[in-house]
Design a protein around this ligand. Structure first.
Ligand code: SF4
Length: 386
């Protein structure tokens, strides 16, 4: 056994392979023991090794010495009248992130955050107004699922309350690649939360090279925050577009979808009054989506999610009128583009899409550094409004 362990290993940091390695190399135990512990943590929500009764006393003592299960602390939680539940989870004393559970007919979706704040500065996003602090660790990402699953009494394959996870909360998940991929592996593992690949969705603002990288290691569903059908408008709303314009983004989505027969990509489009909700925008969006279907030679390869904008204090944008939202959807449906309007949920607790805010400190310096790092990877400026 390795006696030179300085601090305890938080087991939430590890996926199945990592945990097996930890058992074998650090604890000098059989790899399958890791499976028992995973079930205790993710199926039964037990964090105290003393309660893991099917492990021998000696192993429990070793675990006490070398490991811990440290879950995020709930600073605040609030149920909404429509069944939505929001948690503010403390991450390190000064920062907190938000996680939201949204129940619907026959499904329960958890919206998970990947960063404290976000550096991409999309103009209509409440999270963006907070700036960026840091990436979340694997433990902090999967810990959000753990907190929700415990609260819901979720038992994978038996009492399934948590049926879908969307990496759509605070942050750009592809800018925190390794930690996000590891956490998604626990979400999909039978010893973790047992979710099918298509029930875990990663939503990106369009980090083109990382979409390709994701395609090499994961089979999760892909969603793209598009929000505008042409480069001029998109560069204004989603500054990352200046680095990865729409044609490059659509080509990356095409490559991602091609890997698996029948794979579709969801395009999210937040409707803002007088900004991107006009008939001309619907027409351009329909063309873009039809081109995607044609390239993949598949009906509904592109799906559109229309999201009525959720105003927040200080924003210059407004929600489109109900009539304009319906007209926009009809225009897309008439062009044979599968288009849904996402019902706004959790309005009364600020948990609707684009409203997650958390508590982010020390934002300015780190956000500037983060942007510099991103720009150093090549291409133009990002994270600043056009
Ligand atoms: S919309 Fe997403 S990528 Fe854009 S600033 Fe907000 S959290 Fe970041």
């Amino acid at each position: 056994m390795n006696n030179a362990i300085a601090s305890k290993q938080n087991l939430l940091e590890l996926d199945r392979v990592g945990l097996e390695d930890f058992f074998e190399r650090t604890l000098d135990e059989k790899r399958y023991r890791a499976h028992q512990v995973m079930k205790w943590i993710h199926h039964r929500h037990v964090t105290d090794f003393a309660e893991m009764t099917d492990l021998g006393k000696a192993l429990r003592a070793k675990l006490e010495t070398h490991a811990e299960v440290r879950v995020p602390q709930i600073q605040f939680e609030k149920p909404s009248a429509d069944g939505t539940h929001k948690w503010l989870l403390g991450m390190d004393g000064s920062n907190a992130i938000e996680t939201v559970y949204i129940p619907d007919k026959g499904r329960g979706t958890l919206c998970v955050s990947s960063q404290v704040g976000c550096a991409l500065n999309c103009q209509f996003c409440s999270t963006a107004t907070q700036g960026f602090n840091r990436n979340l660790s694997t433990a902090e990402i999967i810990g959000q699922v753990w907190v929700a699953a415990k609260h819901l009494g979720n038992v994978p394959h038996k009492q399934r309350k948590l049926t879908n996870v969307v990496m759509m909360g605070m942050g750009e998940p592809l800018m925190n690649f390794d930690n996000v991929v590891r956490a998604m592996s626990v979400m999909r593992d039978d010893l973790g939360y047992g979710l099918a690949n298509k029930r875990v969705t990663l939503s990106t603002a369009g980090m083109v090279p990382m979409i390709d990288k994701l395609g090499e290691v994961s089979d999760v569903s892909l969603a793209v925050s598009l929000h505008a059908p042409n480069d001029e408008l998109r560069s204004e709303l989603v500054p990352l577009n200046k680095k990865y314009p729409i044609a490059e983004l659509m080509a990356a989505c095409e490559r991602y979808a091609r890997r698996k027969k029948g794979e579709s990509v969801t395009f999210e489009y937040t409707l803002m009054k007088g900004v991107n909700d006009q008939p001309v925008h619907a027409k351009q969006l329909a063309q873009l989506m039809r081109r995607f279907d044609n390239a993949l030679q598949m009906k509904d390869a592109a799906k559109v999610n229309l999201i009525p904008f959720n105003p927040f204090p200080g924003t210059r944008f407004q929600r489109s009128s109900e009539a304009d939202i319906r007209a926009f959807q009809k225009s897309l449906l008439d062009a044979h583009v599968l288009t849904m309007v996402r019902r706004t949920r959790g309005d009364d607790i600020d948990a609707a899409c684009g409203q997650l805010k958390g508590q982010v400190t020390d934002k300015t310096r780190r956000q500037a550094e983060f942007r510099k790092k991103l720009e150093a990877q090549g291409g133009g400026k990002v994270g600043e409004a056009a």
